[in-house]
Design a protein around this ligand. Structure first.
Ligand SMILES: [Zn+2]
Length: 155
């Protein structure tokens, strides 16, 4: 369980959320799927290995509606003492998202922009149509700000 600090992060991002027009950091972070990704494969279903090739192996399915997206990282202010996701995986940029599990159950794969993310995490401040996107650095998470994005099922 994540501490309520995440809620503070989201609130802070709302106050300073002026990065609405920034493009996704998809391309610049793709190299970060390095050694840690091997750990991910051991802990998750074998289908997780598809995520690296998500752009070619998944197609956009039905719209799940408009979600408010925010960013978080592995730092103590975003994730407290948690080093693994709620589902026990190593969080990965361009892969891991935190969601309200009653809205998007663990393992759900969704398109946000052109990236396929997998619901691997949850947080006390992540409720309803809110998705927290994992970033490799706090700066990237901060730069995400708060965005209104249409989310599609990946299939
Ligand atoms: Zn952080």
């Amino acid at each position: 369980m994540h501490p309520s600090k995440k809620l503070l992060t989201i609130a802070s991002a709302a106050v300073l959320g002026m990065a609405l027009s920034l493009p996704a950091y998809a391309q610049t972070n793709s190299e970060s799927l390095g050694p840690a990704f091997a750990n991910l494969e051991q802990k998750a279903d074998t289908q997780e290995s598809d995520s690296v090739l998500s752009k070619t192996t998944y197609t956009k399915g039905k719209s799940l509606g408009i979600f408010t997206t925010s960013g978080y990282c592995a730092c103590s202010s975003c994730s407290g003492t948690n080093t693994l996701t709620y589902s026990g995986t190593v969080p990965q940029a361009d892969h891991t998202i935190s969601a309200d599990l009653t809205v998007l159950p663990l393992g759900t794969k969704v398109f946000i922009g052109d990236i396929v993310y997998t619901v691997e995490d949850m947080g006390s401040g992540v409720d309803g149509n809110l998705i927290d996107i994992f970033y490799a650095t706090h700066e990237d998470a901060w730069n995400h700000g708060l965005q209104e994005q249409e989310v599609f099922l990946a299939e």
